[in-house]
Each structure stands twice: as C-alpha cells, then as structure tokens.
Design a binder for this molecule. Structure first.
Ligand code: SAM
Length: 235
C-alpha cells in the first residue's frame, strides 16, 4: 500500500494510512487478546481498525472528538460492535477499571505530554493492564532533521542529568522546518533512557526498547537512523 500522510485536525502532527512497525506489533498481539485493548491518540484509526480486524475489542481514545467520529465512520459496520470511543485527553480525562486491558498502544502521541503528565500516564497504564498485558510505544527522538539544532542542547542536558532532556518549550525557536505550523509550540521528544525510567518507575518490565527509522517517516525528517524509539513492555 502507498503511504499517505494525513494531517491531524488539531495540529498534533500527522497520521498515516499504513501502520508503523510498532503499531504492527500491537496489531499482531491484539489477535491473541481476550480483554479489550486501548489505542491512545488513535486519530483516524490507522492501528485501531486493523486491531479490530484482528479480532480485538478496542477502546479508541483521542483528544479530538472529530477524529473519533471519522474513525467510527471508517470502521466497517460489522466491526463497530467491538469499537468503543473514548474522547478526552490522556491521562487526565481517562478513567479505566484496573487490570481490565490486555494491551495499550501509544504511537506518536506521548510527545504532547509534559514530564509530569508522562509519569502520571505511565502509572495509569500500569494500573489498567491485566497481568501479562503489553504496552506498545512509538515516539520521535531529537535525532530528526527538523530538530538537528536542538541535538547539542539535548545532549548537554543529558550530561547535566536533567530529567526531561527532550522537552522543547518552543519548537519555532529551534527549527525552521516549513511544516512547523502542524505541531504544537511545545513538544516532548523522547528517548530510550527517559522511556526506560518512566516504565520502570511504574513497575512495568521492558521486553524490548530500540531506536530506528520507521518506514513511513518522510525523507525530510531523516537524520541518522535514530529518528524513532520503540518500546514493548509488560506487567
Ligand atoms: C500524531 S497523531 C498520531 C496518530 C496515530 N496514533 C499514529 O500513530 O499515526 C496524534 C494523535 O493523538 C491525539 N492526541 C494528542 N494529544 C493527546 C492526548 N493527550 N490524549 C489523547 N489523544 C491525544 C491527536 O488528536 C492525534 O489524533
């Protein structure tokens, strides 16, 4: 299938019509689930719809209700009984019973959270997952072409032991990328060390964590092969 990037309607970046590598792992895992799975920042359903097709019952969350309306309209009618829409901002607006989910997927959404929200969010994720449940995260790192000027700042913060080295207060101050208007002013670029700390703090265990260039990343974002970070963790 040809990749098509689709802008989100609330200027929180882009989604795609083809699941990235991490989302594919979530979709494959969904086929073996009994309890519902949660897709945080589901957008138009790039991962939700294949997870439904794999047989899972999916709670699709997004902070933009119009994204969820489109997702529902795009879902084949025979799969709609397995789809549950959860409009609201993760983590603050979401309240899900403890140990009720078999998997949670968060692809290209954790960037929109501050450090404090990430800590609170990971605690919720750990509480919501049933024993043996899996967490799948895909996030962008600072090693992306539009943020190249930020890399020395980020690396100096790591050397100084700062807890959130990838927090960008004002993206316009560090990048002149022509499509910056499609992302929020502040964003959180993540890495293996920060995700490892967050997950460990929440008592989740890491199955796999790695940096890579996801196949749907536009050429203009390419830097050195470490543009994305993938994480699979379990309870
Ligand atoms: C860059 S898109 C990623 C969509 C999809 N997960 C993917 O991998 O292509 C980010 C999506 O997350 C949603 N979003 C942003 N912040 C959110 C939050 N705090 N809670 C829930 N959804 C959020 C946006 O509305 C948007 O649909």
């Amino acid at each position: 299938m040809i990749h098509r990037r689709q802008p989100t309607r609330n200027r929180t970046g882009w989604t795609s019509n083809v699941p990235n590598e991490l989302s594919q792992l979530f979709i494959a895992f969904s086929a073996s689930t009994i309890r519902p799975v949660l897709d945080i920042g589901a957008a138009f359903g790039v991962a939700t719809i294949p997870a439904l097709e794999a047989g899972a019952s999916v709670l699709a969350n997004d902070s933009d209700p119009s994204h969820l309306a489109s997702l529902e309209a795009l879902t084949p009618p025979h799969l709609r009984p397995q789809l549950h829409l959860l409009s609201g901002r993760f983590p603050v607006d979401l309240d899900i019973p403890p140990h009720s989910l078999d998997a949670i997927h968060a692809s290209n959404v954790l960037h929109f959270l501050t450090g404090e929200e990430l800590v609170a969010g990971m605690q919720k994720i750990a509480r919501w997952l049933a024993p043996g449940g899996r967490l799948f995260v895909q996030a962008g790192t600072p090693y992306q072409q539009p943020f190249a000027a930020f890399v020395p700042v980020y690396e100096a913060r790591i050397a100084a032991g700062e807890p959130w080295p990838g927090w960008v207060e004002d993206a316009r101050a560090i990048s002149t990328h022509k499509k910056l208007g499609q992302i929020p002013r502040s964003l959180h670029l993540l890495d293996e060390a920060v995700l490892t700390r967050l997950v460990t703090l929440a008592d989740l265990r890491i199955e796999r964590i790695w940096t890579y260039r996801r196949h749907d990343l536009p050429r203009s974002m390419h830097l050195d092969g470490r543009e994305g970070v993938g994480l699979v963790a379990y309870t």
